[in-house]
Design a protein around this ligand. Structure first.
Ligand code: DGL
Length: 263
């Protein structure tokens, strides 16, 4: 069985696993959620690189055929450092997200929401302008969104108020496309959409990333296997991970084990 390893700072990466499940029904999954060290967004680059290496070394020991960094922050911080360090391809989500956004945009004004690190790094601006010079990019950090998803507070006054405040940055800006530049954000898609100007398309980079994985893995991954094995590891509370994660994945989550690394 073909196996994909994925990781994130927490639950957000399960939005990418969801896409893997839809598009690559023959592939097994080894997923690591670093919930115990979430969020990554406010951390310095060196620390995010260290965590990414620890997790990729762990996933490499599971015999994976391909890894997806299911985290925009870790992609921005660490992809360049780790992508040639393993005997399997390591994909990030930012380049695929940029390509999908350019395919969707007519106005060539594109918005990006993400963590403080991702927005400050300028990784999306570089990727978008590298592929299409002259495209205009407007970024907005949304630091409260990730903790809300980690706590399962995805509806009600708090996400509502946060979305209103953050997305005001795009009102009347002329963007026609908004990149969900953090894998936690698709969980908040309804509240995000409610605060965008009419006609703005949202882009989830997971779709294009998994399409890229599909090209690399070939037919075995796409043929529905009887029951590909999904295993989950978290540095946080496995019970909480299973409970909140099953809402994101849309199926019960078994096989959740606590695994931590030295600080
Ligand atoms: N899900 C993550 C991302 O895609 C990071 C959230 C965080 O840890 O701050 O950027």
């Amino acid at each position: 069985m073909v196996k994909i390893g994925l990781f994130d700072s927490g639950l957000g990466g399960l939005t990418v696993v969801h896409e893997v499940r839809r598009r690559l029904p023959g592939a097994g999954v080894e997923f690591y959620g670093d919930n115990g060290r979430n969020p990554y967004g406010p951390r310095p680059q060196a620390e995010i690189v260290k965590f990414s290496r620890q997790i990729l070394d762990f996933l490499a020991g599971k015999g994976i055929d391909l890894a997806i960094i299911a985290c925009n922050t870790a992609t921005a911080a660490a992809l360049a450092e780790v992508q040639d360090a393993y005997p399997f391809p390591v994909l990030g989500v930012i380049e695929p997200g940029a390509r999908a956004a350019l395919a969707a945009s007519k106005s060539r004004r594109i918005g990006v929401i993400g963590t403080e690190f991702t927005i400050r790094s300028g990784a999306y601006t570089r990727a978008l302008q590298g592929l299409s010079p002259g495209v205009q990019v407007l970024g907005q950090a949304c630091p409260l969104f990730t903790p809300l998803v980690e706590q399962g507070r995805t509806a009600g006054p708090e996400p509502e108020a946060a979305a209103r405040a953050y997305l005001a940055a795009f009102r009347g800006s002329g963007i026609d496309t908004l990149i969900l530049g953090c894998t936690h954000y698709p969980v908040l898609i309804d509240v995000i959409r409610a605060h965008l100007d009419p006609g703005v398309t949202t882009v989830d980079p997971a779709v294009e990333t998994v399409a890229q994985a599909k090209l690399l893995l070939g037919a075995e991954a796409t043929l529905p296997a009887a029951a590909p094995t999904y295993r989950f590891y978290t540095s946080g509370d496995p019970e909480l991970f299973a409970r909140l994660g099953s809402n994101i994945l849309g199926r019960p989550l078994e096989n959740v084990t606590r695994v931590t690394f030295p600080e």
